[in-house]
Design a protein. Structure first.
Length: 201
């Protein structure tokens, strides 16, 4: 039976998207984080197993650019946000990921993202602030769907890449961590599964 641990050299791909208060992971707030856990079926095809999502309280002294809130549509004062401190939000996201890593005999998770360096940099900064001793993710390696989609479809913008893969895209739902993570995960699975059809790998 095919194992996901054998497909990616012992790494478990986990798709992550963050929404933030700007572009600087050291100074700007982490506001939302979502993660899609990827599994492999009996035929070696990837699929989304579950998606985790948390709203995050800005850390003390965090910078939040008004333009970022305008783009994401996040309302910090909304009672529906139910935001958690960074450490608790990360704990809730990381717990199922750690379990999946163990259950699949993987060594650790590897972050998959659209411009993955951005998501990983914000995640690593939050991990450091929260004094989390060991992240389930590789600290610097990642899989970037911008690169993969550029290769597979000649597209680098997430919405265009998703549609080029024959998947649905709803612009009104974009820029929430949950939606963007699920679409990025669907794109990643589509590219890897097509590669399997083409090459047998």
């Amino acid at each position: 039976m095919p194992r996901i641990a054998d497909r990616f050299r012992g790494f478990l791909p986990v798709v992550v998207d963050v929404e933030t208060g700007g572009f600087n992971p050291r100074t700007d707030a982490l506001l939302e984080v979502a993660a899609s856990i990827i599994r492999m079926d009996d035929f070696g095809r990837l699929f989304i197993a579950e998606t985790l999502s948390e709203h995050v309280e800005p850390f003390p002294g965090a910078n939040i650019e008004p333009k970022s809130l305008e783009i994401t549509g996040i309302r910090l004062d909304s009672p529906l946000r139910r935001a958690l401190p960074e450490k608790e939000a990360l704990r809730r996201i990381f717990q199922p990921i750690r379990k999946e890593v163990k259950d699949t005999n993987c060594q650790r998770a590897i972050l998959v993202g659209h411009n993955s360096f951005f998501d990983l940099s914000f995640l690593n900064a939050a991990i450091e602030r929260s004094d989390i001793k060991r992240s389930p993710f590789h600290p610097f390696s990642s899989f970037d769907t911008v690169t993969l989609a550029g290769l597979a479809f000649g597209q680098t913008v997430l919405s265009r890449a998703v549609q080029s893969a024959g998947l649905e895209w709803n612009e009104s739902e974009a820029h929430s961590a949950y939606y963007d993570t699920e679409r990025t995960a669907a794109l990643f699975c589509s590219i890897i599964n097509r590669w399997k059809i083409l090459t047998g790998f």
